[in-house]
Ligand binder design. Structure first.
Ligand code: C5P
Length: 239
């Protein structure tokens, strides 16, 4: 072995990014993959939702960029793991897991997420989740903006109809009310906004593997992602 062949004593912390539109199953898949790999998990959407919720509770005008930025910078958010369930999320010490998931919080999150200054205010906080032994990062711009050097990148999608149905089921399980027609309309409006915004629009990274989960069970998608990670890891070791 020559000096240049020697293994890097400080290899970068591996990151798997899973981006995609709302309802593509990315949250469930990302969490399951993180659990199977024993890696940390970043739910970046929760940061935008928590900023939206905190801003609304403080009566901040959604057009007041400076005030939104200070809410994002000062966000006091904590994720507490709950076995067999989504982590509980606390903002300013109060449990807000349910309030974060409502459609109105999601809609406001998507509006403020289109503001470049708000996105910039959340960058360092997202990158801080990159800790050993690895990170699974779930979002819209994980592979394109936040972790462009990620080891593995997946873009998960599904038809709008399939996504609306999944969302409907999820909300019902959480005891929240919504009609399928309203959800489909929300999903289409949110997709259009997320894809059209000037900063960090929703699109697959050039080096992402695109998986269409329409008609696939969660376990099948999780298996595909895990196989992809194993295959890439083997390539990297061999190369
Ligand atoms: O993923 P989730 O539905 O919780 O995200 C809520 C909103 O936050 C999305 O509709 C999107 O506008 C925004 N978001 C974003 N970038 C991310 C994650 C979420 O713009 N990385």
């Amino acid at each position: 072995m020559t000096a240049t062949d020697a293994p890097d004593p400080h290899p970068p912390v591996p990151v798997l990014t899973i981006d995609g539109p709302s309802g593509s199953g990315k949250g469930t898949v990302s969490r399951a993959v993180a659990e199977r790999l024993g890696w940390h998990f970043l739910d970046s959407g929760a940061l935008y939702r928590a900023t939206a919720l905190a801003a609304r509770r403080r009566g901040v005008d959604p057009g007041d960029i400076a005030a939104l930025v200070s809410v994002a910078r000062a966000l006091d958010i904590r994720f507490v793991d709950r076995p067999g369930d989504d982590p509980a999320i606390f903002v300013d010490g109060e449990e807000v897991s349910r309030a974060l998931r409502t459609e109105s919080t999601g809609a406001l999150a998507s509006t403020i997420a289109a503001i470049p200054e708000v996105r910039a205010a959340l960058v360092a906080r997202q990158r801080a989740f990159r800790q050993r032994p690895g990170l699974v990062a779930d979002g819209r711009d994980m592979g394109t903006v936040i972790f462009p050097d990620a080891t593995f990148k997946v873009f998960l999608t599904a038809s709008p109809g399939a996504r609306a149905e999944r969302r409907h089921k999820q909300l019902k399980q959480k005891g929240l009310d919504a009609t399928l027609a309203d959800l489909l309309q929300d999903i289409e409006a949110r997709d259009a906004r997320d894809a059209a915004r000037a900063v960090a629009p929703l699109r697959p990274a050039a080096d992402a593997v695109v998986i269409d989960s329409t008609g696939l069970e969660v376990e099948a998608v999780v298996d595909r992602v895990l196989r992809l990670v194993a295959a890439r890891a083997a390539d990297r070791t061999a190369g």
